[in-house]
Unconditional design. Structure first.
Lengths: 341, 341
DNA sequence: TGTTAGCACTCAAGCCTATCGAGTGCTAAC
DNA sequence: GTTAGCACTCGATAGGCTTGAGTGCTAACA
């Protein structure tokens, strides 16, 4: 869908104006734009055309025009095709507490929300493809052993495993050797039933412990994949009247709280990759039914090799897409920098 | 503050009615209560008295009466003094995923919110007084060692500590011995500077690692104490018009999201213990300024010895206190049962 | 042929006013 | 001590009026 220069300019003017005010914009307003010297009557003609093309519409007769989803789409596409703007200032408070991924991501979400005035979400990187780095079993007290699994990227998972009677240190050592030599360097999802059986056979009397270790590893994959999504700035939606009525606000905030819905956005983002890494879902394009009044801008970040996660911004359809994209790029950059250190 | 039988009955009738409807209640409504055969005029007289006593008030002339905070207080006190009601049915879905405290508590919050239609909060038990059970340092790769600290109650904390060069297994063993013999059985908050220095002296060249381990332990205390609060059902506030306007809803949900505010309620609850274990903060009694339009019902639960946490329900001042108290008792019971198993 | 000025028309939003009704306090009778 | 009756108050609701922003259309103009 290509637009003549003038029509496109008018469309952009309308949208830009609407982004600021949230009010329908009339022909007179646009006619005062310095860089297109046209009377309101001319604008009206063009607007009638744009409306016919389905890019703008009137909420009611005798009101100004507001963009349709299709109109936004044109606007966004033209925006993203243009040259990258300089990245705005965003304080790098991420440095604290970087030891714990959980805190880091929560902090990132917070930063994102504070800087955009929208709601933000950050999903933890999926560890499916991630490799096991180190496993250790140790005796905690008479009735419990502790299994620690460390993944590439220093993600750690613990599991306390109850045992009938204490293992002696020799057995412990053997068990640790066995697990480490067989599993280290292996991506979790590559662990096969055959491998599990083989290890169990070698484990002698401690097969249950081995089973439990595998359970822990499996849970690792699930737990991370499940719902590890951090959100921030949910209350920002109250700043946009079109989202803030009871019905909608309640539904949206419910989505943020439950996180279930958000994970489908994450999935969508991770699968359908765009060349710039940034994806924009406008209104009905949104994979989540309850968020069709919103737009969502998402990006995929990568920590190390293959550990991909998603960052996203959720706001009204009239969100400042440019700002949102910038903010996402900044945060991606920072996450990347942090990881490299 | 003692009330004659009839005045108390009228007060209770007013409050009970107001709890249901949320509308100011008039004298005629009360006069139709079966168990006190009085005309509306008589009720009006009594109501005038109650208003003079500061227990009810009119939102404006020519409207019915609504309870004041003081009125609620009388009502609640009389309620809690009465015999315990049978605990209502609440499905015990807590059983899944009980291995992870985090999930357990989140689940508890969810259950609580779903059953009461209010917002719920559950704070993780404070580990301040909890004892260290086991410490282990192990070599993960050339540049990192992993410190694992296990507390009484099987709470676990990990910290990856970067090192210049790998430790050999002999040093590792020595370090583990040193830490375990000196720290096991010790409550975290009893670790003194003197003790730290003494251990460092014995650690030889690996003093930084020891420092880091103590840091991890300290963070343990902080992290748990800080913000480990799980909430659920934040959107339930939209069900109560008196809380659901923009201003208030935004502020409340912000509080739930940030959790900072909630922690002061937790503190308050843990310190000021009542004999029944249940505490009720009505309106202005609320320790959090931004929640003075709400009531909060809290209770302290105990996992094992000394690990105390808080469960709470946050709702409008006209919350169904009886139901809230019951729900809390049920959940406390279940948490207790689960831990004992 | 594209642009502009002018005009009649539409319609949401804001404001005013009247009406309604729930609820009160007071007084007098029981 | 209780009740019936009555005048009064005041928020809520609905209707009517005005206002103004914005449109589409037509005719004149460059």
């Amino acid at each position: 869908m290509e637009l003549q220069g003038r029509k496109l300019k008018i469309l952009q003017a309308i949208i830009r104006n609407y982004l600021e005010t949230g009010e329908p914009v009339g022909s007179r307003t646009i006619s005062k734009y310095a860089d297109l010297n046209l009377s309101s009557a001319t604008i009206r003609n063009e607007m009638a055309d744009l409306e016919e093309m389905g890019l703008i519409k009137q909420p009611h007769t005798s009101a100004g025009r507001i963009p349709t989803d299709a109109g936004y789409r044109i606007y966004v596409d033209n925006l993203l095709a243009g040259e990258r703007r300089e990245v705005e200032e965003m304080r790098t408070m991420l440095l604290e507490k970087q030891d714990k991924l959980e805190n880091l991501l929560q902090q990132a979400a917070k930063l994102l929300a504070a800087n955009t005035n929208y709601t933000s979400m950050v999903s933890a990187p999926a560890v499916r493809q991630n490799k096991i780095k180190f496993i250790q079993i140790s005796q905690v007290d008479e009735n419990n052993v502790l299994a620690v699994i460390v993944m590439e990227g220093n993600l750690i998972r613990n599991k306390v495993i109850p045992v009938e009677e204490p293992l002696d240190s020799e057995n412990l050592l053997k068990l640790n050797m066995l697990l480490n030599t067989n599993l280290c360097g292996l991506p979790v999802e590559n662990i096969t039933l055959g491998l599990i059986e083989a290890i169990k056979k070698n484990a002698g009397i401690h097969t249950e412990i081995v089973s439990d270790v595998f359970d822990a590893a499996a849970e690792f994959v699930h737990a991370e994949e499940d719902l590890k999504i951090y959100t921030s700035g949910a209350t920002n939606i109250f700043k946009y009247p079109e989202l803030a009525d009871h019905q909608r606000a309640s539904e949206l905030i419910g989505n943020f709280e439950e996180k279930q819905a958000l994970s489908s956005i994450v999935q969508e983002t991770l699968s359908g990759e765009s060349e710039t890494g940034i994806q924009v879902y406008i209104g009905d394009e949104n994979p989540v039914a309850g968020m069709r009044d919103c737009s969502v801008v998402t990006a995929t970040y990568e920590l190390g090799d293959g550990m991909k996660g998603t960052v996203g911004i959720i706001g009204p359809k009239r969100m400042d897409y440019e700002r949102a994209v910038n903010a996402l790029q900044t945060i991606m950059q920072q996450l990347d920098d942090l990881y490299k250190k």
